[in-house]
Design a binder for this molecule. Structure first.
Ligand code: ADP
Ligand code: MG
Length: 396
């Protein structure tokens, strides 16, 4: 049997007539019953199809959003069931109450023309508490547990870590296998130089990531709002740019640790600034690092783009998390898109982690030029911070 660091992989798993519980991440944005972005549904299709080809009796499970109770019908997976059925060309039966006998009655009828999808796992009272009874109740129907929900694997919820405890055969799905191979390669055998590009809104969100990467990467590039906490730590005036004043000493300490290790850290050398952050705001580029009183930085400037791109070009491994500016506004997306293009045209092994960074890359049609776009924001960051993910550990 082939394994991945002691975890059973999917390819050579015998599934004929086996009752299979497949945990997926079908947490797609839905507005008024309309799916706004079906990327996660599309990403789940290969594992579903492989299980069907292998002759499984397949039951899918996912969470959706953060419902307060099972009455919260806007969080129903019904639109997902309909879309899955269209894509696969088979029946997808939505099971309203996973704890009822419905599952038991339906399972014998499932096959290549019909699968089941359990209603939103977070409708179940015991899901987030990882309730033992719920886990047993679900697990008793199944022979095999497959986890293909990388994005949920950092959470110790019943359908992620509870159910597999009571199912004898467990394996990792195709999407998650690729995810783990890619992240593993990056963490354990990166080609050098290895550059981490970290941006986005907060130092406090990414401090664990920066610390863990300290001994792994050769270069840091810091952009986005968090760069201003670092620039403030260096003593530059940063105007009214968004910073975390209580993290300045932390930023200083991190920079010292990076320099002591003889690693490079690049901060922005110029900025796009506005007086007020709003759509169609008048903006200008600064001459250097210094930002005048009353102005705030919303993107990296042209000199910074060139400087960052030069380092990117010489890197062999790149990890990017967090946009360089307020990319949601077109005028301030330029820094992020330029960095995306620089990575795309480099010859590096490149991974993007983080929902917003991935959104930048997709909107600029650059996705195909990256080695891997991680599907699990929080999960990939925890993995890179060296924390064991409960949903993965339980598969060992
Ligand atoms: P990711 O989802 O890729 O991990 P984050 O969620 O950490 O990224 O950060 C994304 C957010 O950071 C975006 O909403 C963006 O507007 C914001 N941001 C980036 N640069 C700045 C800046 N200079 N000032 C304010 N917000 C910024
Ligand atoms: Mg984000």
């Amino acid at each position: 049997m082939s394994t991945l660091n002691g975890i059973q992989t999917f390819e050579d798993l015998e599934l004929s007539q086996k009752k299979v519980f497949m945990r997926l991440d079908l947490n797609v944005p839905i507005e008024d019953g309309q799916i706004k972005d079906e990327l996660r549904i599309q990403a789940a299709i290969p594992s579903i199809q492989l299980a069907l080809e292998k002759g499984a009796k397949l039951v899918l499970c996912s969470h959706l959003g953060r419902p307060k109770s099972s009455e919260d019908s806007q969080f129903s997976l019904m639109p997902v069931a309909i879309r899955l059925s269209e894509i696969l060309g088979i029946d997808v039966n939505l099971i309203d109450d996973s704890e009822s006998d419905a599952l038991n009655l339906l399972l014998p009828q499932l096959g290549e023309k019909s699968i089941a999808l359990l209603e939103n796992a977070r409708f179940l009272a015991g899901e987030k508490k990882n309730d033992v009874n719920l886990s047993k109740q679900l697990a008793k129907h199944f022979d095999v547990f497959i986890n293909d929900a990388f994005g949920a694997s950092h959470r110790a919820h019943a359908t992620v870590v509870g159910v597999p405890n009571y199912v004898s055969t467990k394996a990792v799905g195709l999407l998650m296998e690729k995810e783990l191979r890619m992240l593993d390669k990056m963490v354990h055998s990166p080609e050098r130089p290895f550059t981490a590009i970290v941006g986005g809104s907060k130092v406090s969100d990414k401090i664990g990531l920066l610390e863990n990467l300290l001994d792994k990467v050769d270069n840091f590039i810091i952009g986005g709002a968090m760069a201003y906490t670092f620039l403030a730590a260096e003593g530059f005036s940063i105007g009214s740019s968004r910073i975390e004043s209580d993290k300045i000493s932390l930023a200083k300490d991190l920079m010292d640790r990076i320099k002591v290790r003889d690693k490079k850290i690049l901060l922005p050398v110029d900025h796009i600034v506005v007086e007020k952050l709003e759509e169609n705001a008048t903006y200008q580029a600064t001459q250097n690092e210094i930002i005048s009183e009353g102005w705030m930085a919303v993107d990296i400037g042209p000199k910074t783009i060139i400087k960052f791109s030069e380092l990117i070009k010489t890197s062999k491994t790149i990890f990017w998390n967090g946009p360089m500016g307020v990319y949601e506004m077109e005028a301030f997306a330029k820094g992020s898109i330029s960095i995306g293009k620089a990575i795309a045209s480099s010859e590096s092994f490149s991974i993007i982690g983080g929902g917003d960074s991935a959104a930048v890359v997709r909107s600029a049609n650059l996705a195909d030029s990256f080695s891997h776009i991680s599907t699990g924001g929080g999960a990939s960051l925890e993995f890179l911070q060296g924390e064991p993910l409960p949903g993965i550990e339980v598969l060992r």
